[in-house]
Write a protein that binds this ligand. Structure first.
Ligand code: ATP
Ligand code: MG
Length: 144
């Protein structure tokens, strides 16, 4: 399995619920390392650029409003198979349909306010990481 990097966001609802520590614990216990992290707050315009692939969908405007409604914690996670592993730990988009024990099942409020974001492919992971972090801000644990 390849060592990969993926972008993780703890979304405004989960930051507001004060469950940052519980979410990071799940990553660390499952072999993912936090190699970059910062708290920030997006403008609606920045949220719109980040989720540009959803432009035009019925939930897009609401999504931009929600993602800019409060602070978020943005992280780069690194580990074997990090992209798929993070998606597995997150659970399905709709917390009601997410497998028990996943982050979204335990902390998501709704299909919109669903606690976490995770990149869904290598190509998107690279783009999303570059959206938030420069290479010098990422501190690999798997340096060759
Ligand atoms: P993310 O990209 O945030 O990791 P995802 O890949 O599981 O989530 P996407 O289809 O990419 O799901 O949707 C991006 C985000 O848009 C979702 O996480 C959620 O916050 C919001 N969203 C998706 N579908 C809906 C919907 N039907 N109604 C409201 N909000 C939605
Ligand atoms: Mg997505």
């Amino acid at each position: 399995m390849p060592v990969q990097r993926t972008l993780s966001i703890i979304k405004p609802d989960a930051v507001a619920k004060n469950v940052i520590g519980d979410i990071i614990r799940r990553f660390e216990e499952n072999g993912l390392a936090v190699v970059a992290a910062k708290m920030t707050r997006l403008t609606p315009e920045e949220a719109g650029r980040f989720y540009a692939v959803h432009r035009g969908k019925p939930f897009y405007e609401d999504l931009c409003r929600y993602m800019s409604s409060g602070p978020i914690l943005v992280m780069v996670l690194e580990g074997k198979n990090a992209i798929a592993l993070n998606r597995k730990l997150m659970g399905a988009t709709d917390p009601k349909k997410a497998e028990p024990g996943t982050i979204r099942a335990d902390h998501g409020e709704s299909i919109e306010a669903n606690a976490v974001h995770g990149s869904d492919s290598e190509e998107n992971a690279a783009k999303e990481i570059a959206f938030f972090f420069g290479e010098v801000e990422i501190h690999s644990r798997n340096a060759a």
